[in-house]
Design a protein around this ligand. Structure first.
Ligand SMILES: C[S@@+](CC[C@H](N)C(=O)[O-])C[C@H]1O[C@@H](n2cnc3c(N)ncnc32)[C@H](O)[C@@H]1O
Length: 334
């Protein structure tokens, strides 16, 4: 575990891709500690970074997510940065998915010297991160052999990923993710990836520079296949835990029973809320994203609930992709 480090007052640049027009709306409650100089400095960087000329030193635009992932948090980074605690020791992210927050924190140099623990229950995704970390040149070589071609896509999709080497398996997942429909990850009951070929003209299948940057970032991290509760075995007072679970359904008619995505229903949401509270009582700084629903507001009502709205790519029909209400719940030392 790293020593309790206070981030420097001269802060490095925030992730460069957020432009003011794309920033999610943040409620007044998302602007804490108005008189805190560090907080003011973060806000200043957030306002000024996009306006800075892209000259020396260039804004670091890597590492960034290597997979498109439903629920990716890139758009919410400004809000998440505003809500960071002043200091923290180890960083834990237990629903890592595409890892937008982890990579954003890395780009902003917020994780230097901190122990980092990433995990997810998607075994293939975790295995992909391990392969990119441990054999990035092998993954790049394997990826470069995959062409953007419908027949090739279906042939590769039909292969059993667990019959391949870790490197080939990672290249397969990355290729299917870049070229499959909407970048979805979906498996059938037998666990077979069943997303159809996508409609991309000229997808970037291998972003070599980003893969190298991601490999380097992951060398600082432990990446494990495990469920979120196991964070209780590891997180200590002063650490930071970020939870980004599959969301509670938003539509007024939807209920938990019909919500099977990732097998994350009401029981899991309830368990997560208990884990959140245990960590907060332990003195861990906790941040959690979820949808803005009465259930979430009620269940986390004892904590600070910050409303944000974001354009989410959950619906395959562009016309149905409206802004949905989301919240970030924060607790513990700030
Ligand atoms: C909303 S996504 C996370 C998105 C991520 N923050 C990003 O920026 O791409 C939720 C993730 O939770 C994972 N998941 C579902 N159930 C889980 C569990 N019980 N424990 C850990 N991860 C789980 C899914 O595999 C998925 O990757």
């Amino acid at each position: 575990m790293s020593a309790n480090s206070t981030r420097p007052t001269v802060l490095t640049r925030l992730p460069a891709q957020e432009t003011p027009s794309r920033r999610p709306a943040v409620s007044a409650r998302a602007r804490p500690r108005a008189d805190d100089p560090l907080h003011q400095e973060r806000l200043r960087r957030l306002r000024e970074a996009p306006a800075l000329p892209r000259v020396v030193p260039p804004p670091r635009d890597t590492p960034r997510p290597i997979v498109k992932w439903v629920g990716g948090k890139t758009q919410l980074l400004p809000t998440l940065f505003e809500l960071l605690p002043r200091t923290f020791k180890a960083y834990h992210e237990t629903f890592v998915g595409g890892g937008a927050f982890f990579f954003g924190l890395t780009r902003a140099d917020e994780l230097r010297g901190h122990a980092v623990y990433l995990s997810d229950v998607n075994k293939e995704l975790v295995s992909t991160y391990s392969a990119v970390r441990d054999d990035v040149s092998g993954v790049v070589r394997a990826l470069e052999r995959h062409q953007h071609d419908r027949d090739h896509y279906y042939a590769l999709r039909a292969e059993d990923p667990w019959s391949l080497s870790a490197t080939q398996r990672a290249a397969r997942l990355l290729y299917l993710n870049r070229t499959g429909f909407n970048g979805l990850y979906r498996v059938n009951r037998k666990g077979e990836f069943n997303v159809p070929f996508g409609k991309y003209e000229n997808p970037t299948i291998c972003d070599h520079a980003n893969l190298l940057a991601v490999s380097k970032a992951l060398r600082q991290a432990s990446v494990e296949h495990r469920s979120f509760e196991t964070v209780l075995d590891r997180a200590e007072r002063g650490d930071l835990v970020y939870f980004d679970p599959p969301y509670v359904p938003v539509s007024p008619t939807a209920n938990f029973v019909g919500y099977a995505q990732g097998g994350f229903g009401e029981a899991e949401q309830e368990r997560l809320a208990e884990v959140f509270e245990t960590l907060a009582r332990r003195g861990v700084s906790v941040m959690l994203s979820n949808s803005d629903t009465p259930w979430v507001r009620r269940r986390y009502g004892a904590h600070r609930v910050v409303a944000v709205s974001a354009r989410r790519n959950v619906n395959s029909r562009a016309s149905d992709r409206g802004p949905i209400g989301e919240v970030v719940v924060v607790a513990g030392p700030r």
